[in-house]
Design a binder for this molecule. Structure first.
Ligand SMILES: Cc1cc2nc3c(=O)[nH]c(=O)nc-3n(C[C@H](O)[C@H](O)[C@H](O)COP(=O)(O)O)c2cc1C
Ligand SMILES: C=C(O[C@@H]1CC(C(=O)O)=C[C@@H](OP(=O)(O)O)[C@H]1O)C(=O)O
Length: 388
């Protein structure tokens, strides 16, 4: 299974195509819209989120609430397009007429300068439109389909915020999956620790007032994945590696950790590895979960715990220095609008990209064209490993 997205931030629409999903999976647009709505929420976002109301249109691959086995095509319209039609239209410009408002000033921390040089664009808008994190809405649509498949297999995935601007949420290892979902949904910063959440909001307001931006850490928590998904035999079949790649590919993400992550460098082995135990009802399990659900590129059957770090938003009201690509003169980057902090929204994006990798890993292990057969195969595998 794979997916592609297309579309520019201020263009007509975003499009997502998923290929390789089995037939007969129950799927409705409500599942997807719920995810899209969650991505739009979160304290710290700019004016654009007040313009957009992300709703999906399923344009192919689903009939009467079930997948057909054909590619799933999904469309999200950009409501902001109506303000950009003259700039973002696809028709050639009338001869002799110049494009209004070309962008010649690359913003530090963005794809602007590297992308313009690579593709030979003198108008940087040709780069920034696609490199914008608007594209993450299309990724969330793909992940929402994956989450639907996982939920049908009793695998639950949730993302939330662990840290913003150095304010750390307390670890809440005893919360159930339902509590994690409910609390993060209710929190304006998608945080499980109410007290830290309040401080995070203050920090966001403060950064905004100062014309600055702040970053943070998101966590994705997964329950129900059986042991042995992924593989140790090739670098590109290691599921933790794939998850790390897809998390690092989210706009502004700069690092990934599993379980205790970088803390492992500072501990002895006896304080890192998780001892193995067995019980008749449960089968094999680990007494602790410091490695976050992965050994040897495969799931251990313990909850998957993965963190991703997001840098502060690069577009700042407090301008950074850059150079105009036409005049070569220095300038201070000025802006019209931007998010001050998008870590809460990014936690939803991260949840969905992780979900996609998990669903993809399962489909590789149990390659069935019909969803009920996949479900049956997974149930039989679960029994097999419990009795192993
Ligand atoms: C949900 C989300 C919203 C974002 N909003 C903005 C924004 O309003 N302004 C901005 O400059 N960058 C924003 N970014 C980050 C940029 O898209 C990103 O830093 C840029 O594309 C460069 O990519 P890189 O940071 O991965 O190198 C956002 C990222 C995410 C995940
Ligand atoms: C549109 C979204 O995020 C955008 C991501 C983004 C960027 O540079 O990455 C810049 C902002 O867009 P604009 O320049 O139109 O204000 C954000 O609003 C979204 O998340 O749906």
């Amino acid at each position: 299974m794979r997916y592609l997205t297309a579309g520019e931030s201020h263009g007509k629409q975003l499009t997502t195509i998923i290929e390789g999903l089995p037939a007969q999976l129950p799927l409705t647009k409500e599942n997807i819209n719920e995810s899209l709505l969650r991505r739009q929420k979160g304290h710290g976002r700019g004016k654009r989120m007040q313009i957009e109301k992300d709703l999906v249109e399923i344009a192919g691959g689903v009939r009467h609430g079930y997948t057909l086995g054909s590619p799933i095509a999904m469309v999200i319209h950009n409501d902001d397009f109506k303000h950009w039609e003259d700039i973002m239209g696809e028709d050639p410009f009338p001869e002799g007429q110049k494009i209004r408002r070309t962008v010649t000033r690359p913003r530090p921390g963005h794809a602007d300068l590297n992308g313009a040089m690579k593709y030979g664009h003198r108008d940087i808008r040709n780069v920034l439109e696609r490199s914008s994190a608007r594209e993450t809405a299309a990724r969330v649509a793909a992940g929402a389909v994956a989450k639907t498949l996982l939920a049908e297999l009793d695998i639950q995935v949730v993302g939330y915020v662990r840290e913003i601007a150095g304010i750390k949420a307390q670890d809440k290892p005893n919360l159930t999956m339902e509590e994690r979902k409910r609390i993060s949904e209710q929190s304006p910063v998608h945080c499980l620790d109410e007290n830290a959440g309040r401080q995070m909001m203050d920090a966001i307001d403060q950064a905004k007032k100062e014309g600055d931006s702040i970053g943070g850490v998101c966590e994705v928590y997964v329950e129900g994945m059986p042991a042995g998904v992924g593989s140790y035999v090739h670098y590109d079949r290691k599921l933790d590696g794939r998850i790390a790649g897809s998390v690092a590919s989210i706009n502004a993400f700069k690092g990934v950790e599993f379980g205790i992550g970088f803390e492992a460098a500072r501990r002895n082995g006896s304080e890192v590895h998780d001892e193995i135990a067995w019980e008749k009802e449960r089968g094999y399990y680990r007494k602790t979960n410091r490695l976050g659900g992965f050994e040897g590129g495969m799931t251990t059957g313990m909850p998957i715990v993965v963190k991703g770090v997001m840098k502060p938003i690069p577009t700042l009201y407090k301008p950074l220095q850059s150079v105009d690509i036409d005049s070569k003169e220095p300038f201070s980057a000025s802006i019209e609008r931007s998010d001050a902090c998008a870590v809460p929204a990014a936690s939803v994006v991260m949840e969905h990209v992780v979900a996609f990798e998990l669903a993809k890993g399962l489909l590789e292990q149990f390659p069935h064209d019909q969803f009920p057969k996949l479900k049956e195969a997974l149930e039989s595998y679960r029994k097999e490993i419990r009795d192993f």
